[in-house]
Design a protein around this ligand. Sequence first.
Ligand SMILES: NC(=O)c1ccc[n+]([C@@H]2O[C@H](COP(=O)([O-])OP(=O)(O)OC[C@H]3O[C@@H](n4cnc5c(N)ncnc54)[C@H](OP(=O)(O)O)[C@@H]3O)[C@@H](O)[C@H]2O)c1
Length: 312
Amino acid sequence: MDYVALGRGGPKVSAIGLGMWQAGGKAWGSDVRDADCRKAMERAVELGINLVDTAEAYGEGHSETVMSRAIKNVGRDNVFIATKVGGWHLRPDDVRKACAASLKRLGVREIDLYQVHWPDPWGQVPLRETMKALEALQRAGKIRHIGVSNFAVRDMREARSHLSRTDLTSNQVRYNMLQRDVEKEVLPYCAREGIGILAWSPIGKGLLSGKYHNGRRPKDRVRSDEDLFKPANVRASAPLVRELRRIGKIHGKTPAQVALAWLLRHRHVVPIPGGKRPSQAAENAGAAGWSLSSRELRGLDAILRRTRLDTF
Ligand SMILES: NC(=O)c1ccc[n+]([C@@H]2O[C@H](COP(=O)([O-])OP(=O)(O)OC[C@H]3O[C@@H](n4cnc5c(N)ncnc54)[C@H](OP(=O)(O)O)[C@@H]3O)[C@@H](O)[C@H]2O)c1
């Protein structure tokens, strides 16, 4: 496994992380099992992945509880725990209580990266109050680093202006070959400012793995409303998936691994693919440690320019 600094001078994390939303329950399908998710995390750590991402929102804390068992088995020091405070808990007192509840569920004394899951959806809590509460938690030794998620550049600027002793370590955003909005502003800003990026949905919720098509669609709650899986979008992405498979064959890699390697072009981007079982975690770990040639990247970019998805 390769390791990178998350943000300039930031903590050392694996080049690929593991997302644990899947461990939240059956929203990701009837094939989700606590034991498989726990073992996925244990396998990931065995292969050198240390960054594992969860949130209080995932199964109302169930994902954190599942993680706690894996943390015990692999050893606290081998995991960089990233979790999130939900958008309904942004008042200072709620931030403190949410953090205490996450620490308890995770069974640890300190969270490595505590992220604001999304900007206040109702615009009622001044960001200053939330950021000051996070800094207080850091001073108290409850969290090591402060991060945000789904923040636009203006939100990051404001969040940073309220931090007096520290800076944002990372912004966690949606980023994959088919959903690239962050390339316009967020990515360049974070690269310039030394803020790390955690890329969520890095394999397009499984679409870029090549196992889905209009004759075989995921049936779970998370993906039934997902724009990426609209029949027209699944059809439009087929040429890209074919090319991922062709390139993968050359390198002895799978389409999902090629899609993840495409994100690893950016040194400050750490993809956090979700895994439901050990085999997925292992496959995704195999996206690190090799790279696409510039010719392959150019070819993929040409296909992406021709790929038109129903807008979202
Ligand atoms: N901050 C946020 O707002 C936010 C939002 C979304 C997600 N996240 C985080 O980001 C993580 C990843 O994003 P995501 O779960 O949305 O999407 P993703 O990682 O692109 O897709 C994960 C899904 O793809 C399938 N998969 C995983 N590895 C595979 C492989 N090697 N081959 C074939 N299929 C594979 C699995 O589902 P099937 O096997 O059922 O196909 C898995 O549930 C989450 O776990 C969560 O931690 C954060």
